[in-house]
Design a protein around this ligand. Structure first.
Ligand code: PLP
Length: 379
């Protein structure tokens, strides 16, 4: 058997939507992008959203929109994908790395409070792997210090915490719709917030800073049947980026959004089977105290003999992954070293196992049996 690590759940609904876009022959930033933004805001339960072409772009522009003075500090968890920290550097801000909690792998709020000082303007918590950061504790603490919380929700599209969607607790939230994520548009991203002014600022930046996109101008004359010699007019206020989403991606997103709750449920069912299957293992332990009321991007385990485990699974035809190492270990961040003892110690034990909607019961069983076999040899 050969089992891959991830697989996007795409099919005829996405194809039909793409065909629709082709039939209309408007492929760029157009009506589908606007429709996807609206549908996403409704799904999440927030006032406004703006779609971009990646989660990295979403993080870059969300931080940019706050216009923080250069050289200020941004608190970033040490265990995350590089884009979280890059969002600070893109904006000429200094990332300060916060250690993670041993039990949950999430940004340690005690360490955050220790590293916070009045140079800090924002924090970018990551619901890492999909496991929720305790935002109910973080938000009041941050608000009383005017520290902006821009969350990286790349791993938790569709997830919730204490009955409320992840991405609605924070000042602004950034999603990734890259092909491996819980909802995919191939590549894509979204910034969501209740702060409509903030979202409009980002909208003004995402297409090279044009005050009005081609579609808006086209609509003015075609849809409203308006005659106006100045319909071509747009102006540039900001040094914008070419970060807009396009209608092909948005049409895929609209189909994916309809399936998101189903996909979340499937992911949780698979995790439930995994957890039950490995509950007696001693050398392989679940990486999170999995909360089965939300959803997860990763099924991650903790294994002391990680290299042996990876090779063992490889021999069985089972793909594994190690997605991240503490950010200061990357050469780009060598000058940003701080005390992050827990992350430095435990990151070497984490491994990601196959998790995707179409994983079959037989495949799940096969992975569990392989883990049990490994465990018997390493107890
Ligand atoms: C994937 C990911 C991103 C970036 O998303 P892209 O859409 O690939 O740019 C940001 N943060 C985290 C934690 C991610 O996993």
């Amino acid at each position: 058997m050969k089992i891959r690590l991830v697989k996007p759940f795409v099919g005829k609904e996405e194809l039909e939507n793409i065909k629709d876009v082709f039939d209309r022959a408007w492929l760029g930033n157009g009506p589908k992008v606007a429709e996807f933004e609206k549908a996403w805001s409704e799904y999440l339960g927030c006032r406004a959203s703006v779609a971009v072409n990646s989660g990295t772009a979403a993080l870059h522009l969300a931080i940019w929109a706050y216009k923080f003075p250069q050289g200020k500090k941004v608190l970033v968890p040490a265990m995350t994908f590089i884009s979280t920290a890059n969002a600070a550097l893109y904006n000429n801000l200094i990332p300060v790395f916060v250690d993670v909690e041993e039990e949950t792998l999430q940004m340690d709020l005690e360490d955050l409070k220790r590293k916070y000082n009045d140079e800090c303007v924002a924090a970018i918590p990551v619901h890492f792997g999909g496991h929720p950061v305790a935002v109910d504790e973080l938000m009041p603490w941050a608000r009383s210090r005017n520290l902006k919380i821009i969350s990286d929700c790349a791993h938790c599209a569709g997830g919730q915490y204490k009955g409320r969607k992840l991405g609605t607790w924070e000042d602004a939230s950034c999603f990734s719709f890259e092909e491996k994520k819980c909802l995919t548009t191939g590549d894509g991203g979204m910034v969501s917030s209740d702060d409509e002014e903030l979202i409009e600022k980002i909208r003004g930046n995402r297409q090279v800073g044009m005050s009005s996109g081609t579609w808006q101008r086209f609509k003015e004359i075609q849809v409203k049947n308006k005659t106006d010699a100045h319909h071509w007019y747009y102006e540039i206020k900001d040094l914008g980026h070419k970060y807009n989403m396009n209608d092909v991606a948005a049409s895929i997103g609209l189909a994916q959004l309809k399936k998101l709750d189903y996909m979340s449920k499937k992911r949780i069912e698979i995790i439930r089977q995994y957890l039950d299957g490995i509950k007696d293992c001693q050398s392989v332990k679940p990486a999170f105290p999995y909360d089965l009321t939300t959803t997860y991007y990763d099924f991650m385990v903790r294994v002391k003999q990680r290299n042996e485990f990876i090779v063992f699974m490889q021999q069985k035809g089972i793909a594994t992954g190690v997605h991240t190492m503490p950010i200061p270990l990357h050469p780009l961040y060598k000058d940003y070293k701080v005390e992050i003892p827990t992350a430095m110690r435990i990151w070497q034990e984490y491994v990601v196992l196959p998790l995707f909607v179409e994983l079959t019961d037989d495949e799940i069983r096969y992975v569990i049996d392989a883990i049990i076999e490994f465990d018997k040899k390493h107890k």
